[in-house]
Design a protein around this ligand. Sequence first.
Ligand code: XBP
Ligand code: MG
Length: 250
Amino acid sequence: MPPAALIFDVDGTIAETEELHRRAFNEVFRGAGLPWDWDFELYRALLKVTGGRERILHFIRTHQPPSPADIEDRVASLHAAKNARYAELMAAGALQLRPGVARLIAESARAGIKIAIATTTSRANVAALLRATPALAGLIPAQYIVVGEDVARKKPDPEVYAIALQRLGVAAETAVAFEDSRNGLLAARAADLKVIVTPGIYTGHETFEGALSQLSDLGEPASPYRHLAGKGRDDRLVDVGALTRWMAAA
Ligand code: XBP
Ligand code: MG
């Protein structure tokens, strides 16, 4: 049986969005007169905290950067400004989807498989990405897009996946989740989903026990994925046929 639904994480999985988030954070900090600059290594550590607002607060509380006294009250507005800048950068075409994402989503939608999103990022950021990505237009219905504002607890809590499954109306064992991070894997596994992990630029050092498969990416016909662990050693692409076989053998 082919899967009934595919549920995609956004940041790091559909596209390498985190460099755009980081750039937007730093530009907004500079614009607000704050002497903060998140470099790649620091941002990798900060990514353990999901959610941009939560990440800024965590930074203030754990790194004690030079900050005005009222800084915690300004976190919500800094975060809103970050998301506004992120949308501008996205609209300027600063990003491409990761290999195989558009191909797999289009093929699956044609086969009648439901496509959903389960992300801790803000709704506006998902909208910005979808606006900038004509290849996905119309393939992911709005009610199947579950975002940070929809949950009380962000990943690694499974809430975002539980809501997605409920809205999709499918059982967890018939669906597959796609993630790039350990926090995402833990969230999806706690919702009883099978998970394919494609680690990204910020998550290649993490460990992913419990994943159905670990691959460099979803693969394209001219550039197959690199198999890392689990299912898919003898395949080249993640497609509906491969997913069907991997799930049956799980
Ligand atoms: C993504 C995140 C997000 C983005 C920023 O995690 O942690 O917080 O970095 O988004 P995942 P917001 O890929 O596991 O969903 O600033 O909108 O919160
Ligand atoms: Mg992610």
